[in-house]
Unconditional design. Sequence first.
Length: 135
Amino acid sequence: ELARKLRGESDAPAAHRAVEEAMLVARATRDAPLIMRALKVQGELARDEDKLENAVQLYAEALAVARSLSDPLAVAHTLRHIADIHEVAGRPDLALPEYEEALRTYESTSGAKPGDVANAFRGLPLEAHRHHGHS
């Protein structure tokens, strides 16, 4: 959480140090939820620095952890972040299946908030929106 706070304060070097420390603790204690959160923060930092391939890789690692934890909301959130990065990078063909899976996961999860579903829909390319039967 400190890393996210520092990121919000635009102190990237301190945020990197904080998330690296959190990751060391998480890995040493085998705290999978903390590993997942640290990977996501590292992905956010990479995205902030326009290191999009690195960001996708970090989010993909976080996604694997979320799946191993059977945490559908974390899976959906992480898929949406990966899709957003692909979209920003001009790869709508890679973004589309991620958005679609995120939407399916949100829609099948009782704890999903309407804003989460809306964010996934917001990111969908127009052709995906049509594919879902919304013209």
